[in-house]
Design a protein around this ligand. Structure first.
Ligand code: ZN
Length: 62
C-alpha cells in the first residue's frame, strides 16, 4: 500500500498519523479504542478496537 495521505490537508506519511486512546474506558481502566488521526490538521481516519489488535501488530492503515 502506498503512503497514506490525509484527505483534509494532503500531508503524506505514517509519521503524521497518530493514535490516541478514546474516552471510553473498560472497567479495568484500559482504553477500549484507539482514535487514529492526522497530527497536522486533526482529521480523524477512524476508530479501532484495541481488543482485536495486539499492540505489536497494530497498523490500521495496512
Ligand atoms: Zn491532515
Amino acid at each position: 500500500m502506498a503512503e497514506p495521505k490525509c484527505p483534509e490537508c494532503g500531508v503524506v506519511g505514517l509519521q503524521n498519523i497518530v493514535s490516541e486512546g478514546s474516552e471510553e474506558k473498560s472497567k479495568g481502566g484500559d482504553d477500549w479504542f484507539d482514535v487514529v488521526y492526522c497530527s497536522e490538521c486533526g482529521h480523524v481516519y477512524g476508530v479501532f478496537n484495541k481488543i482485536s489488535h495486539s499492540p505489536s501488530s497494530f497498523n490500521p492503515l495496512r
